[in-house]
Design a protein around this ligand. Structure first.
Ligand code: ATP
Ligand code: MG
Length: 348
């Protein structure tokens, strides 16, 4: 028999190492404020205490962009530059390229046998994204199955922490179902379950007032936005459509400018005062927007400056991704070998 003893999978050494974080972003466009508040800020913190892997999810981006692979390719280094610009440090965070990790595809194929089509169709994020993308019944099979691929991503690194926005919670739940299934079947704790790490802002709405700022919905403010882009985006921001005159009482709920002030303004007492003034009437959108714009300009200027330095040296960024990917190849292949062996596949 080529099946190792189950005890061989209790890797004591692993538990003595730092806990592992895995997360990533689809390379469909530059990163935006939603990523920043929903996940990137937590990653900055986690890289100090964890072994963190951050994945450029180009393979997942292809599941709904196969008609435009150039977009996916072009955004690989763009997203990597965003990572470096916000302060992810390649000495502490391993940045890797998903499509260059073949073990992930192999794990996905195994996991697809552990989920049903009905379960994939019930996944609330998949349901919502199918609706937003207008797929109706023409759903690419790869798209429908991406929760299994995401389970492969998380488990391949044996990650226990996944810093994400709220939209990703169903993916982690489905990952853990697969983990439990594998562990039950193999009779050992082969793979760890993963816990999401949410931030205070679980889901930043788009500037158009839609529920989520998203690259694909064209309602985002990029971290690399120019001062003019920021200014324009704030001017376009959805407020209260019934607040026609400055003297009119206005609504704060669903008013994106106030939602962003909640998220970005360090002086929450001042925000509370602005809200009650707005509700009473007598406070114009322009005044509130000017405050928000100043905050966003101040927050994004240093990121844009650091990014400009990396833009002049794309080869350096490519080398960082290449080195991170080599490390990730080794770890993901180890996990694949472990899973295949534990499941009792024929090993040559
Ligand atoms: P796409 O439209 O291509 O799906 P996206 O803008 O949704 O892009 P993803 O790459 O799918 O971005 O998401 C990467 C990570 O950022 C995930 O953890 C996701 O939860 C988080 N995230 C994305 N948008 C937001 C948002 N508006 N608020 C909070 N977190 C977000
Ligand atoms: Mg998304």
């Amino acid at each position: 028999m080529n099946r190792p003893e189950p005890a061989a999978f209790h890797t004591v050494a692993e538990s003595e190492q730092k806990p592992v974080v895995l997360t990533g972003d689809r390379t469909t466009g530059p990163l935006h404020l939603g990523h920043y508040l929903g996940s990137l800020k937590n990653r900055l913190m986690l890289q100090e205490s964890h072994d963190q892997f951050v994945m450029l999810a180009d393979a997942q981006a292809l599941t709904d962009n196969m008609n435009d692979p150039a977009r996916v390719r072009e955004n690989v280094l763009a997203v990597a530059m965003d990572y470096l610009a916000i302060g992810l440090d390649p000495e502490k965070t391993t940045i890797c390229l998903q499509s260059a990790l073949p073990a992930l595809s192999e794990l996905s194929m195994l996991y697809l046998n552990l989920v049903t089509v009905a379960r994939l169709e019930r996944n609330p994020t998949i349901k919502e994204e199918i609706r937003l993308r207008g797929f109706e019944r023409d759903i690419p099979a790869g798209f429908l199955c991406y929760p299994a691929a995401q389970a492969a991503d998380i488990t391949a690194f044996r990650a226990t922490v996944v810093p994400v926005g709220e939209d990703q919670l169903p993916m982690i739940e489905q990952t853990n179902e697969i983990v439990r299934r594998i562990n039950r079947q193999t009779g050992v704790t082969l793979l760890p379950e993963a816990a999401p790490m949410l931030s205070r802002i679980r889901r930043l709405p788009g500037i158009d007032g839609r529920a989520k700022m998203s690259k694909s919905l064209g309602n985002a403010i990029a971290l690399s936005a120019s001062p003019q882009d920021i200014s324009h985006a704030v001017k376009m921001m959805f407020t209260d459509p019934d607040h026609l005159r400055v003297s009119d009482p206005g609504k704060v709920e669903g008013n994106v400018v106030f939602t962003y002030l909640d998220a970005f303004d360090p002086d929450q007492e001042a925000v509370a005062a602005l809200k009650s003034h707005y509700r009473r009437g007598g406070l114009g959108d322009g005044t509130v927007k000017a405050r928000l714009e100043a905050l966003l300009q101040a927050e994004l200027a240093p990121i844009r400056e650091r990014r400009a330095a990396f833009e002049t040296d794309p080869e350096k960024v490519r080398a960082i991704v290449a080195a991170g990917t080599r490390r990730a190849q080794k770890i993901t292949q180890e996990t694949l070998d472990m899973v295949k062996s534990a499941l009792g596949l024929f090993c040559l």
